[in-house]
Design a protein around this ligand. Structure first.
Ligand SMILES: Cc1cc2nc3c(=O)[nH]c(=O)nc-3n(C[C@H](O)[C@H](O)[C@H](O)COP(=O)(O)OP(=O)(O)OC[C@H]3O[C@@H](n4cnc5c(N)ncnc54)[C@H](O)[C@@H]3O)c2cc1C
Length: 596
């Protein structure tokens, strides 16, 4: 079946919905999503969205820009970071006007809380910049945007999984998707296509990411000759629930929580003397690993405590000399914690049997966020090479894309800003492009490549390799060797294991040969995407012989600006990965050493 729309948007998270709202003001738009829109991962975002509103104390978009660039370990493109931080303010007010129920200050303004790496650039102290709706900020964003899309009659194709991008002669012309309920393949013919397919935390064993985050978009792009940028940079969030990876938001530390080792020490004082527990995530995750390695994990195990019990939080507030804006000492009560972090209290009770108001929470770093992805310019247009040549009609935005605003390490609250600002910019540019461009003809048999992939998985003989085995071996080797710390022999071992797994993947068999709701088949296809992404990540990590942001090489511990102040571009041709590099855009902030 062939459908025809001016613009096709893949993904119904915050990025896809924001783009759809804007593009549908001028052209015919359809959104395809493999899940129901409101189940997208954006809905799990807890802590907040950063914008320099200055509702509690002085703040400026310029400070937000500098913090973002410093947090990125100077790999962010500074023009893009500036656009994001200035447009953040407007985007938050736009959400407010759409009806998003933000928490409020006593005067009725949007309430804000501190988050890692966000500072007053003059005093270097944490500044309250994260706007939040309790610890359900993403849920509220997703619901609000979805309501607006319904109001605007945006067309949704729910439970349609995209398997291929139709691209010919340097022009994107549509996508091929499998309708999950029937197993039928559909062709969507379009003038412009946006990938807003989210991240790929499922490459690792311990992750905060949902099961659906399997990197489909970037894998499809890679198979069509499009490079992936800065894939060696993947963020580990410091505080996942021990062994499960479920996220405990940085908002807990924003509300006064501290990290404690087996000796009862608040160890972040040693690693980041000024900003302490609110240092950026790469630094905090490494600190936890080092504490564990030196035998100071709780009971000698590989976790530490995150402690937000009022007596602990108030003790450290006093020691830090923190005050309310009116000069009175800040006091945290059990009621505050229950009101501002209700979902966290719920998670820890459900998964650990722990009440965070009376007990500390066992945490360890968890694979969380992809800084890299499909390379784009500041309008969301996909760019193909070192010269930033645009691939006409193809757009990417949100976690799946790399603009790059996060460089080597993203600050907390900056993804929600990124998805809304660049979702909006892509929507606007797609509308312009579709109004100017004509439809170009589809190639013969546009669904051939997708059909071949699906049929070959279905046709495998029984008794072959198991999807679950290959997936768990990939996740383990990536966790062991391409995670918070890396070094050459380990990364090489990961690459060897991955190429062996790729071979075994050719021999997998699936049990369900049917058409309707064949999740067995789709999981097998998704494993193919994960393996491709894991290989690119490890190859880019092996090549980069320096430490920067989330990429920490124990055998090359220093940042090396002379050699490595550049973005990587990974291409795949004939099963081999080729790495090329392009310069970082530096505007106002020449690279400096990061001190927190
Ligand atoms: C637990 C958690 C908490 C977080 N908290 C915060 C926070 O407080 N602040 C912050 O700034 N960031 C936070 N983040 C990060 C942030 O939420 C995400 O980076 C962001 O929401 C990603 O949005 P997105 O629109 O790009 O993708 P997603 O919301 O992940 O949506 C992806 C969409 O793509 C669709 N899709 C994927 N593949 C296909 C396919 N093959 N075919 C069709 N559709 C497909 C899915 O159905 C889905 O609709 C958090 C992340 C997690 C995991």
């Amino acid at each position: 079946m062939v459908h025809k729309y001016d613009a096709i948007i893949i993904g119904a998270g915050g990025t896809g919905l924001m783009a759809a709202l804007y593009a549908s003001r001028g052209v015919r738009v359809a959104v395809l999503t493999k899940m129901y829109p409101t189940r997208s991962h954006t809905g799990t975002a807890q802590g907040g969205i950063g914008a320099a509103l200055g509702n509690h104390e002085e703040d400026r978009p310029e400070w937000h820009t500098f913090d973002t660039i410093k947090g990125s370990d100077y790999l962010a493109d500074q023009d893009a970071a500036r656009i994001m931080c200035y447009e953040a303010v407007d985007v938050v007010y736009e959400l407010e006007h759409m009806g998003l129920p933000f928490n409020r200050t006593e005067e009725g303004k949007i309430a804000q809380r501190p988050f890692g790496g966000h500072t007053n650039n003059e005093t270097r102290q944490p500044v309250r910049r994260a706007c939040y709706a309790a610890d359900r900020t993403g849920h509220m964003i997703l619901q609000t945007l979805y309501q607006q899309c319904i109001k605007q009659h945006v067309t949704f194709f729910n439970e349609f999984q995209v398997l291929d991008l139709i691209v010919e002669d340097g022009l994107a012309r549509g996508v091929v998707a499998l309708e999950i309920t029937t197993g039928e393949l559909h062709v969507f013919h379009a003038k412009a296509v946006l990938f807003a397919t989210g991240g790929w935390g499922k490459v690792w064993q311990i992750t905060s990411n949902a099961h659906s985050l399997t990197g489909d978009g970037p894998a499809v792009a890679l198979r069509r000759g499009i490079p992936l940028e800065d894939m060696e940079f993947f963020q580990f969030h410091p505080t996942g629930i021990y062994k499960m990876g479920i996220l405990i938001t940085e908002g807990v530390r924003g509300e006064g929580g501290v990290l404690i080792n087996n000796e009862g020490e608040r160890f972040m004082e040693r690693y980041a003397p000024t900003i302490k527990d609110l240092a950026s995530r790469d630094i905090t995750s490494r600190a936890i690993y080092l504490e564990v390695r030196e035998g100071r994990g709780i009971d000698g195990k590989d976790y530490v405590y995150l402690d937000v019990r009022p007596e602990t939080a108030n003790k450290y507030f006093d020691l830090d000399g923190k005050r309310n804006p009116d000069g009175t000492p800040r006091r945290i009560t059990a009621a505050d914690i229950r009101a501002k972090l209700p979902d966290i209290a719920d998670f820890t009770r459900t998964y650990l049997g722990i009440d965070p108001v009376t007990q500390p929470m066992p945490v360890q770093p968890t694979a969380h966020y992809a800084m890299g992805g499909i390379p784009t310019d500041i309008h969301g247009r996909v760019v193909m090479d070192e010269e930033n040549t645009v691939l006409s009609g193809f757009y990417a935005a949100g976690e799946t894309a790399c603009v790059s605003v996060h460089g080597a390490n993203r600050l907390g609250t900056n993804s929600l800003v990124d998805i809304l600002v660049f979702g909006r910019r892509s929507g606007i540019d797609m509308m312009r492009y579709c109004q100017e461009a004509d439809f170009t003809p589809l190639p013969d048999e546009p669904e051939a490549f997708a059909r071949e992939q699906v049929e070959s998985l279905r046709a495998r003989p029984e008794g072959g390799e198991r999807v679950a085995d290959i997936r768990s071996q990939m996740q383990r080797v990536m966790m062991d060797h391409v995670a918070v710390f890396r070094e050459q022999p380990g990364i090489q071992e990961a690459l060897d294991v991955l190429s062996d797994l790729q071979e075994r993947y050719q021999r997998i068999s699936i049990d369900d040969k049917g058409s309707q709701y064949n999740t067995d088949l789709l999981e097998a296809w998704e494993l193919g995407a994960l393996l491709d992404i894991a290989q690119v990540t490890a190859a880019a990590a092996l090549n980069r012989t320096e430490s920067r942001g989330a990429h920490s090489r124990e055998d090359c511990p220093k940042r090396d600006d002379a050699e490595w102040l550049k973005h990587s571009l990974a291409y795949r041709a004939a099963g081999r990965i080729e790495l090329r590099y392009k310069p970082v855009t530096i505007v106002d902030y020449p690279p400096k050493e990061r001190v927190y």
